[in-house]
Design a protein around this ligand. Structure first.
Ligand code: SAM
Length: 180
């Protein structure tokens, strides 16, 4: 009887330990912000409209989410695991009075639901796009758009590609538009 009690206790303890384990976030890209001029081009290419739902996967300092809400009047959400970048984004959103339109989820890109998205923006590494692709294929509704900065989604055919030869700082950028 006592042995059974100890076994039960041990299994409860190991379950509790398992539950308490912090979820390991796979780092899909380092923080490297998209220049503001390119953010505008990405949202224009993505044909973002007022009231549409937009997600930025790995939202950095929140610049894409902020512009989507402020200039395009979209309902925008950024997903970012980095604590400081999330606080920085939220502070900018508050200062700009965009709290009702722009939101940051501090968490893992892979742990969210994108089924309501009209537009998804992505600036991750090529191998990371490969990893994110099956999730988007599964979750995105028909007609949803994806705009990728600099790195294409291998295996998808873009409906449009735009190259910006000089972003003002001598760097060229390519953006890819996909539609589900
Ligand atoms: C290249 S930066 C792009 C930032 C922003 N989207 C932009 O274009 O300015 C990639 C961002 O993805 C974030 N990131 C990487 N892996 C992530 C993950 N698994 N979950 C959430 N954020 C992630 C990084 O912290 C970084 O801020």
């Amino acid at each position: 009887m006592r042995n059974m009690f100890i076994l039960a206790l041990l299994s409860v303890a190991s379950f509790a330990q398992e539950a308490a384990k912090p979820h390991e976030v796979e780092k899909l890209a380092p923080y490297y912000p998209t220049p503001v001029a390119i953010v505008t081009k990405m949202l224009e290419l993505g044909n973002l409209h007022s009231g549409e739902k937009m997600y930025d996967l790995g939202s950095g300092d929140g610049r894409i989410v902020i512009m989507a809400a402020q200039k395009f009047h979209a309902d925008s959400v950024g997903v970012e695991y980095d604590y400081d970048l999330c606080r920085q984004s939220e502070s900018a959103i508050r200062k700009l009075g965009l709290v009702s339109k722009a939101q940051i989820i501090q968490g893992d890109i892979f742990a969210q639901d994108y089924s309501s998205a009209d537009l998804v923006t992505v600036y991750l590494l090529p191998s990371s796009n490969d990893k994110v692709r099956p999730m988007l294929e599964k979750q995105l509704k028909k007609g949803a758009r994806v705009v990728a900065h600099d790195f294409e989604f291998r295996g998808w055919i873009p409906v449009k590609t735009e190259t910006i030869d000089d972003d003002g700082e001598g760097r060229s950028h390519t953006i890819f538009l996909y539609q589900r």
